[in-house]
Every structure is written in C-alpha cells, then in structure tokens.
Design a binder for this molecule. Structure first.
Ligand SMILES: Cc1cc2nc3c(=O)[nH]c(=O)nc-3n(C[C@H](O)[C@H](O)[C@H](O)COP(=O)(O)O)c2cc1C
Length: 388
C-alpha cells in the first residue's frame, strides 16, 4: 500500500512538470496565421508584449544571426532558469492601497545591456539603440564588440550632451589595447566603464557554433582583482563590475571601492549552471540587506516582463538591463526599440499599481513571496525540464 501511494505521488509530480517555454504563447502566431511568410517581420503594432520580439526575430533574421543572439551556454539550463526563476516567486499584492498618483511620476528603472553586433539585425546597428534610448530617456551601454565603433556610436548622441552612455569593456592580455579603449571611451563622452568580469574565456554555445559563430570576445584574459585596481590608475571614469554572481564577490567589490556592481550571468551565455539574477540578489539580501545601500547594484539576465523588473527592484536593485530583447527589437530599427521601451514602461506602471505598490523605488521585499526560492529552490528546475 505504502509503495502504491509513493507511486501515485510520483505520477502526480511528473504530470505537474511543464515544458520550458522559451516563447510564451502570446497568441501572435495564431493571430498571424500559418501562412505568415518566413523572413517577414510582423507589423510592429502587432507586437503586444516583449516576448513577441522573440518570434519576430526568429522569423525574420537569418538562422545564423538569430542563433548568435539567442544562444545560451551548453545545455542552456542557466538561460532557462533565468526566465523561470521570476515565475517561481509570486506577488503578495497590497490591495486597497491608494496608488492613483503613481503612473505619471514613474522613472524608467531599466536600461539597454551591452550586447555585441547589433548590426546583425539592422544595418543602422547601434545607432538605433542610441536614438531610442535618448527618446525613451533610458541608459544604453554599448558593447566594445559593437558593430559600430565607440566614436560612431558617440556621434549619434544629440549635440547638447544630455545623453548618458556607459561603455562596456573586456580585459585583454594586452593592456595597451585596454588603455586605448579607456581613452577612446572617455574622449567620446562615456560617463562610466562597465567592465565585464564573467567572461575570462570563450564559452560553449552550441546553437551559434553550428553556424561557425564564436563569442565576440574570445580572448582568455588574466582577470584579477589586482587588474581591477590597476584599471583605476588608467582612467578617471568610474568602473562598474559586470558579471558578479556571489555574495563574496559583492563584499570584495565593496572592499575595493567599486562604485557599482552589476549582477548578471550574461543571460546564461557564459557558464551554464550559474544562478539567475533573482537568486543571486535574494542571496545578497539575505546575507546583508544593507549591501544594496552600500553600493548601487544593477542586474540583468532573463528579464522579459514588468513584473520581473519589479521583483528585482524589491530586493534593492537600482536598475535592470535587457540584452536579447533589445537586439531582437532592433530588427525594426528605432521604432522597434522605442516600442519595446514603451511596452516595458506601460507594464511597469500597471504592475506597480496592481501589486499595490505606491513608490517603485521603495517596494517592500514582503510584497513578494520568496518561499519557492528559499525553501525548495530545485522544484522549479525540475518543472523546467522539457523541450526548449
Ligand atoms: C548576443 C549577445 C551578445 C552579448 N554581448 C555582450 C558583450 O559584448 N559584453 C557583455 O558584457 N555582455 C554581453 N552580453 C550579455 C548582456 O550584456 C546581458 O548580460 C544579457 O544579454 C542579459 O540577458 P538577457 O539577454 O536574457 O536579457 C551579450 C548577450 C547576448 C545575448
């Protein structure tokens, strides 16, 4: 009898498992119909949510460009987990909590993360991202392996100097080259350097490798805390560390005076098995919530919805980045990137109100039920197993 009950429990658990959904069904494909031609972009007005850009890019881009953007590392478990971690924790909305004054005062707590080769989706490449970021009043961080040069990107900014860009950089064995990039970024008006520390080597990316595409950065670099200290002597710009995934490294970054820390697992593109930003930020919070006040913490990886942004903000994250979705939206040029920014702003405003939050900068951590991540962190991973 006992074993029958155990068996029944296992069967129920197995049938509760759900397949991983890279592209949640937003109804777009049914709406467009089976005859919608491959190679065509849906009308931008039919893009109703950020995940719709996944379908648009997959349908429109050639397979090699799409694979370069879409690929995750190895089994893509971290890529999947980044998306799924957000759905594992649910809201505890505070109802009857007057939120009517919110919408008009919202700042946009998100930015365009650095991502190489925007030119694979659109000939105007990064210039679309610069223009839309300016129009939408959000931060853009161009990648050093952008299609356009640092100077070409800077030339797109309005002449009044009001647009803020940060510049992403990798370490290289050749410090003269690094110095050169730091100087060029400063001369081009960048306000900070985003120094990527989670890519000391190339990574295992099957989807892209199939088309002969490696990482934009394939140098194996000698990344050390000593090098980080040395970089401070090479530029007057603040240097933000991108790719922090542990509490220990947040402490280290604090102790060496990092002006900001950027929690990221490279969108699951570097080390498969690295934790999602939500798990990392929760761990940081639980170790010491004041770490979010001691230094500014940004985060990215797997963000697709307004609620994803808000969940990260509730832990103390200052601003949240999106990588792939902006690359995909760029297939439509400036209009696509602008549309994504507007969609996310609209979602954030609505979600904030629906969760009963009065100030997006002061979301209480208690508005989210974190139990699934703290008490049964593996359950969601099991649920995530399936076709992708
Ligand atoms: C195609 C692609 C290229 C990227 N290139 C860079 C890069 O050059 N430098 C960097 O620091 N991060 C790079 N990233 C990582 C992003 O900055 C960001 O961490 C990641 O895309 C966030 O995950 P998301 O795509 O799920 O939003 C890249 C990501 C993608 C998908």
């Amino acid at each position: 009898m006992h074993s029958l009950i155990t068996l029944a429990t296992l069967i129920v658990a197995a049938s509760a498992a759900r397949p991983f959904l890279n592209e949640p069904n937003t109804g777009l494909e049914e709406y467009l119909g089976a005859g919608f031609p491959v190679g065509k972009l849906p009308n931008l007005t039919d893009i109703r949510g950020i995940p719709d850009f996944d379908f648009a890019a997959r349908n429109y881009l050639n397979a090699s460009s799409y694979s370069f953007y879409r690929t995750g590392a190895a089994g893509e478990w971290s890529y999947r987990n980044n998306l799924e971690a957000f759905s594992r924790v649910r809201w505890r909305p505070q109802v009857l909590n007057d939120v009517h004054s919110l919408a008009s005062t919202l700042p946009a707590p998100f930015f365009i993360a650095p991502a190489a080769r925007a030119g694979l989706a659109n000939d105007a490449a990064e210039s679309n991202l610069v223009k839309a970021a300016y129009a939408g009043d959000i931060l853009y961080i161009p990648a050093i392996y952008a299609t356009l040069s640092i100077e070409q990107i800077a030339a797109v900014k309005p002449v009044n100097g009001s647009q803020i860009l940060f510049q992403q950089l990798y370490a290289a064995a050749n410090l003269t080259a690094v110095q050169n990039s730091l100087d060029r970024a400063k001369a081009a008006g960048s306000k900070a350097i985003v120094f990527t520390i989670d890519a000391p080597a190339t990574s295992t990316r099957h989807r892209a490798a199939r088309y002969g595409l490696g990482n934009a950065n394939s140098d194996t670099a000698t990344l050390t805390w000593a090098l980080y200290a040395q970089l401070h002597n090479m530029t007057s710009l603040p240097i933000i560390l991108k790719g922090t995934t542990t509490v220990d490294d947040v402490h280290k970054a604090n102790s060496v005076g990092a002006p900001a820390i950027y929690v990221s697992n490279y969108g699951g593109g570097q080390l498969d098995g690295s934790p999602s930003p939500l798990e990392i930020c929760l761990e940081i919070y639980e170790s010491d919530p004041t770490l979010f006040q001691k230094t500014e913490i940004y985060a990215d990886s797997g963000v697709r919805y307004g609620t994803d942004v808000l969940k990260l903000l509730s832990l103390g994250v200052r601003a949240v980045g999106l990588g792939r979705q902006f690359l995909y939206a760029n297939a439509y040029g400036v209009a696509g990137v602008t549309h994504l920014i507007e969609l996310l702003k609209t979602e954030i405003a609505a979600d904030t109100a629906n969760a009963g939050i009065q100030d997006v900068r002061k979301i209480q951590k208690e508005r989210v039920n974190w139990n699934p991540l703290t008490t049964n962190g593996f359950r969601g991973e099991k649920e995530g197993v399936g076709a992708g």
